[in-house]
Write a protein that binds this ligand. Structure first.
Ligand SMILES: *Cc1c(COP(=O)(O)O)cnc(C)c1O
Length: 370
């Protein structure tokens, strides 16, 4: 049995005709940038995410960057961000010239530790960027309390957690400006790059419509030094087809995760995903941990099972951030996660047989190798 890390078959095959019809509709409309499809998708995604405003942009990274930009965060300001996130969260902070202040996660959830967050605050702190990593909602009540107490802006990085909740409230609806990504492999994926900002703030939303479109509210009138970062009509039309299926795909992800967790429960050498009280998890990825991660990954590869590591090198040890002067050992939890984490195959439509085969191979590994 060959098992890829991710397959689109379960999602895309049943809706092929619907997607192609939507693409044909855009083709025939002769209007390809900032038109009806984007407008409709923004309204539909706002309803899905229970926010007042959605702004489609070109990528998830742009959504993070433009959120910080719209909030006026810049040089001299400190932004608190997880030490164990995908590099995009850090890059957005670099783009606006602000200072990156890494905050360590809880080892068991890999999400931001609100106590460590509080300890990292200084007189220069301006914003918190919680990342709902792997698809699990951060402990947003405690994080928002810290934000209110110190009057900090909150920009959620919701790229991996569309539809997740904390105490029944959706991720992407807590912060002032929140970013999400529709990169193809995300839980809601386009057929190329795409992203969006979710917010309840009317004036920030209005500012964003200009910022993403050359700083222009009216054609050829440029009020700001803006950007060209727009969700295009074709991707918006595809996302409109896929959005109504997202809840069903999330259930399938959660089912696959439940199978893994049940079958692997008794493997002593493996740490399974843990969910914080009040959080839900939409399993963008199913991440296990083992001190023998590399050998396990190799063993599974020999059995035809593809796995990935999210992420093998924490941002503070990336060459790109060498100039910040961080050193090995400075963020030990992020480093431990990088050393031990392994993401198992998971996608909507994955079968029980595939999951049991993978689990059997994992158990074989721990029973037969040392
Ligand atoms: C994917 C991702 C992003 C960036 O999204 P792009 O659309 O690829 O730019 C940002 N943050 C996290 C946590 C992500 O997983």
């Amino acid at each position: 049995m060959k098992i890829p890390f991710l397959s689109f078959t379960g999602q895309h095959d049943p809706i092929r005709a619907e997607i192609l019809a939507a693409m044909a509709r855009v083709y025939d409309s002769h209007w390809y940038v900032l038109g009806e499809e984007v407008k409709q998708f923004e309204q539909e995604y706002a309803a899905f995410n229970s926010v007042a405003y959605v702004l489609g942009v070109a990528t998830g990274l742009d959504a993070l960057h433009l959120s910080l930009r719209a909030l006026g965060i810049g040089p001299g300001d400190e932004v608190l961000v997880p030490s164990n996130t995908y590099i995009a969260s850090w890059l957005a902070i670099s783009y606006v010239g602000a200072t990156i202040v890494p905050v360590e996660p809880r080892l068991l959830t890999a999400n931001m530790d609100p106590d460590k967050l509080r300890m990292a605050i200084t007189g220069r702190s301006r914003a918190i960027m919680p990342v709902h990593l792997y698809g699990q909602a951060c402990e947003m009540k405690a994080i928002m309390e810290v934000a209110h107490q110190y009057q900090l802006a909150v920009v959620e990085d919701n790229a991996q957690a569309q539809g997740a909740t904390y105490q029944d409230k959706l991720t992407g609806s807590f912060g002032h400006m929140n970013a999400t990504s529709f990169y193809p492999g995300k839980n809601l994926g386009a057929l190329g790059d795409a992203g969006a900002i979710t917010t309840n703030d009317r004036s920030l939303a209005q500012h964003l419509t200009k910022l993403r479109n050359y700083g222009s509210g009216q054609k050829y009138h440029n009020e700001l030094v803006g950007y060209n970062s727009r969700l295009d009509e074709l991707q918006a039309a595809v996302l409109r087809v896929k959005l109504p299926y997202l809840a069903c795909w999330t259930e399938q992800r959660q089912q696959v995760a439940a199978w893994y967790s049940k079958i692997l429960m008794d493997v002593a050498d493996l740490v399974l995903p843990q969910i914080a009280p009040g959080s839900t998890h939409v399993y963008h990825v199913y991440v296990v941990r083992s001190t023998r991660r590399d050998a396990l990954q190799q063993y599974l590869a020999e059995k035809g099972i593809e796995t990935l590591i999210h992420y093998p090198i924490p941002p503070h040890l990336q060459p790109a951030y060498q100039a910040l002067g961080f050193h090995e050992g400075q963020f030990p939890i992020a480093e431990e996660l990088a050393r031990t984490s392994l993401s198992l195959p998971l996608w909507p439509g994955m079968t029980f047989e595939q999951v049991t085969f993978i689990c059997a191979c994992i158990k074989q590994f721990f029973a037969t190798t040392h």
